[in-house]
Design a protein around this ligand. Structure first.
Ligand SMILES: [Zn+2]
Ligand SMILES: [Zn+2]
Length: 268
């Protein structure tokens, strides 16, 4: 496997570390390539995304590091854009497209902030019916490539983040909604992420997507890319061994790596 991560957050958005500290940590781990994916600006109040002030600084710093470490490690300047992103004119090296909010009856429900927020929102806005909430989430997820121009599909089933610590769980209706979404998104021919971010933060013991959803991605000839959704330089390759095992178990034999020529697929 080529040691790499393309879903990386720094202190320019909601990450802990400076980009340069992350580059140094990546090189120490034997990475030959690293992609940064600062959260693009949002039209709604939040505490995770870059702002009109910080986004240009982020780009400038990543470009500086690109030059400084050239020949040692390849660096890409990407962004993670939300479904509700503020469009940007800047041409990033790549875009991760993600859904972080479900919009319901005038409310933006943050799907991955805290389990209690989700429980309260499902109770108040869906009468406690988690599956209806999941239907809405996957309906939005189906549109995420169109909305963001993504090159990579970020955490397709982010709403399973709290399944291990709250009463929510996988159900037939959930998988039905997920499969419709996988089928649609697979037609774009861009990779789906296997994401270990929730493991690094102690919410899950397995990566997402679940084994069942990865099986669907395989069924519709989808590709995968492995990422740690990293917010801490110590977690750049967190549980990648587990992600690879899961991928192999589901029939995948290669993973996506960003290159100057686009995404290439390399055997594990
Ligand atoms: Zn995300
Ligand atoms: Zn992220």
């Amino acid at each position: 496997m080529i040691k790499s991560n393309f879903h990386t957050h720094t202190y320019f958005c909601d990450g802990k570390d400076s980009p340069e500290d992350m580059v140094i940590a990546a090189m120490a781990k034997g990475f030959t390539v690293l992609g940064f994916s600062g959260h693009g600006q949002m039209p709604i109040e939040n505490d995770f995304a870059m702002t009109a002030k910080t986004e240009p600084l982020y780009r400038k710093e990543i470009l500086r590091l690109k030059k400084k470490y050239s020949g040692k490690i390849k660096i890409f300047c990407g962004a993670e854009l939300d479904y509700f992103n503020v469009p940007s004119d800047f041409k990033y090296d790549y875009i991760i497209g993600s859904v972080h909010y479900v919009f319901k009856d005038g409310h933006y429900i943050p799907v991955d902030l805290t389990a209690d927020d989700v429980v309260d929102a499902v109770e108040c806005l869906y009468g406690g019916d988690f599956e209806s909430y999941a239907d809405d989430y996957f309906r939005m997820e189906c549109e995420v490539v169109k909305k963001t121009g993504a090159d990579i599909i970020g955490h397709i089933d982010l709403i399973s983040k709290f399944f291990e610590i709250k009463a929510f769980h996988y159900a037939d209706r959930y998988f039905h909604a997920a499969e419709k979404c996988v089928k649609k998104l697979a037609s774009y021919n861009i990779p789906f992420e296997i994401n270990t971010g929730a493991m690094a933060r102690g919410y899950r013991t397995d990566p997402y997507p679940s084994r069942e959803i990865l099986g669907m991605i395989k069924k519709y000839n989808g590709k995968i890319i492995i990422s740690s959704d990293c917010h801490d330089k110590n977690h750049l390759d967190y549980a990648f061994d587990k992600a690879v095992n899961l991928a192999v178990m589901c029939g995948f034999s290669e993973h996506g790596v960003i290159t100057e020529k686009g995404i290439e697929y390399i055997p594990f």
